[in-house]
Design a protein around this ligand. Sequence first.
Ligand code: DHB
Ligand code: FE
Length: 281
Amino acid sequence: MAKILGGITTSHIPAVGNAIANGLQEDPYWKPFFDAYPPIHEWLAKVKPDVVINIYNDHGLGFFLDQMPTFAIGAAHEYKNEDEGWGLKPLPPFPGDAKMSWHIIEGMVKQEFDITSCQELAVDHGFTVPMQLFWPGLGDNPDMPRAIPISANTVQHPIPTLKRALDFGKALRKSIESYPDDVKVVVLGTGGLSHQLDGERAGFINKEFDLMCMEKIVSDPEALTKISRHELVRQAGAQGTEFLMWMMMRGALGDNVKLLNQNYHIPISNTGAGTMLLECV
Ligand code: DHB
Ligand code: FE
């Protein structure tokens, strides 16, 4: 049977991808951010997941405003990355696990989540930057797991509620745990925390709100479902809606989790950068 080992969150800022490409991990601006990752590498080297469920929000590469699925799940044998205009060099394709994807899609629909299934999906920085952070070297890293991308709409109104995101994660847990093969799974929630990239509040960051979210997502994620979508935008900025990915991840971990590591650093680019490692107990 498939087993969920834990969940990891990280911001997915494109500038991080460029910092990795240029080897800037020890640079004074970047060091406080990159220092969050060695303890996660150690944990991953110990538990060695076979599959990573990468929950991210597409920013216009895989889907655009003309066709915007609320929840999409990759069902491909591999996932391609493309140039998005951030100066990030496109990466080689990421190996998938189509058989497990279809099992998960079937499990989600059975639990009445209407899914867009994607037999082809270009994955953007929301997916690729976290993969680079957690498995440096990607294809050259012998521990890199097979990936299943899950994208939710945080871009175009109406976005899902925080409750729906947490419920999605709970249904995802059941779908994963009913998979008969013995695979070890880790779930990523990428994006956030507070940031706003455009408009009058461009550059907006809310440290107090971010830290509250990081505390509650461990101990009482249900409390966060009381936050309305408008309040989330008010408190976290227009792109702070990416916190929905963290809620989806958290739902998949079950009731009891142990916080093994966390880091919060501002600013990285325009974003309050949060990293958390939660182990299922
Ligand atoms: C930034 C953050 C994001 O989440 C993103 O998708 C793009 C840019 C930033 O802070 O620069
Ligand atoms: Fe983003």
